[in-house]
Design a protein. Structure first.
Length: 326
């Protein structure tokens, strides 16, 4: 059984396969990959059920997973923690054991990475991280697909992430980008830096894949000549130091002056929701280099590939590809 809790839970070759599957599933949006044949009943199938558990607010994750599961022939079971026994203190381990008896996989959006790990440890079905404070691997996978969509491949390209480099998107870009052979530069203030173990792991992955990773406090140096400029909100859900963060990060805004330092063909990414006028300006987000809404759509396609691999493909890319051909 395979989980997808952080970007390096897969290998570089598995990542490439998932991006290939993403492309194929985008072309065949209603491929019936999540239906289980019923023995002794001709052409009868039972949809696989996927629990989608949210302890954090969501728009794109909730909708994209719901639609992805439905298009694959599955049945999404959306669990809001505030209307379940999780709100009354049932342990995440007990919840995982119960859900494992009902569904074929669990999609989990929560706060700490430790809570996602605890759920996965107790679960008997694959668990997908739909966001934690530490990593956002589904978004990073979709963003790699968006980069490949624009440049043919992510390998060898340079991605500059600007802003809070200690947040989940920065850390996922480091790991996922390193696996893909990207040159990843992250730029943020000294007090907003990625975890040292994440940087070390990304550097090791990049060395194998032919890419590189670097951290800096100079956003202009990071963006200089980059193929991709990415950012994220400066104040995430649950953070109480919003005004201080706005002051600390104000020099890291992605605006037209900063984007001009990137390569002329550069694209701009933002995982949304955006606080327009803070981390990104309207001029950039709505401009010709923005791929923000393509990126949001690609969440659907990339997550379908991930589900096909983890559930319909029983944990193997070759098996998922075989499903595609049926």
């Amino acid at each position: 059984m395979k989980h997808f809790l952080r970007d390096d839970d897969i290998t570089a070759s598995q990542q490439r396969m998932l991006l290939t599957l993403t492309d194929e599933l985008r072309a065949a949006p209603t491929a019936p990959l999540l239906a289980t044949p019923v023995p002794d009943l001709t052409e009868a199938t039972v949809p696989r059920s996927i629990a989608v558990v949210f302890e954090k607010e969501s728009t794109r994750s909730r909708l994209s997973f719901h639609v992805a599961i439905t298009q694959l022939g599955g049945s999404p079971v959306v669990v809001d923690s505030q209307t379940s026994q999780l709100a009354r203190g049932e342990t995440i381990e007990d919840t995982a054991r119960v859900l494992s008896g009902y569904v074929d996989a669990i999609v989990f959006r929560t706060y700490t990475q430790e809570r996602a790990l605890a759920l996965a440890h107790a679960a008997r079905v694959p668990v997908i991280n739909a966001l934690t404070d530490a990593f956002h691997p589904c978004q990073a996978l979709a963003d790699l697909y968006t980069i490949a969509e624009n440049f043919g491949s992510a390998t060898g390209r340079t991605l500059a992430y600007v802003g809070d480099t200690g947040n989940n998107m920065s850390q996922s870009y480091l790991l996922a980008g390193a696996l893909a052979g990207l040159h990843v530069r992250v730029a943020g203030p000294p007090q907003y830096q990625p975890a040292p173990d994440v940087v070390a792991r990304a550097a090791a992955l990049a060395k194998t894949a032919g890419g590189s990773v670097s951290t800096t406090h100079d956003c202009r140096a990071a963006v200089d000549g980059a193929d991709v400029v990415a950012t994220d909100t400066w104040v995430s859900m649950g953070q109480q130091d919003g005004q201080q963060r706005l002051r600390d990060l104000r020099d890291y805004q992605v605006n037209s002056d900063l984007v001009k330092l990137a390569a002329p063909h550069a694209i701009v990414l933002h995982c949304l929701p955006a606080h327009r006028g803070e981390e990104i300006t309207d001029e950039v987000m709505d401009g010709p280099q923005s791929r923000v809404f393509d990126q949001a759509e690609n969440r659907l396609h990339a997550q379908k590939a991930l589900l096909a691999w983890l559930v319909a493909g029983h944990g193997g890319p070759a098996a998922a590809k075989e499903h595609l051909s049926k």
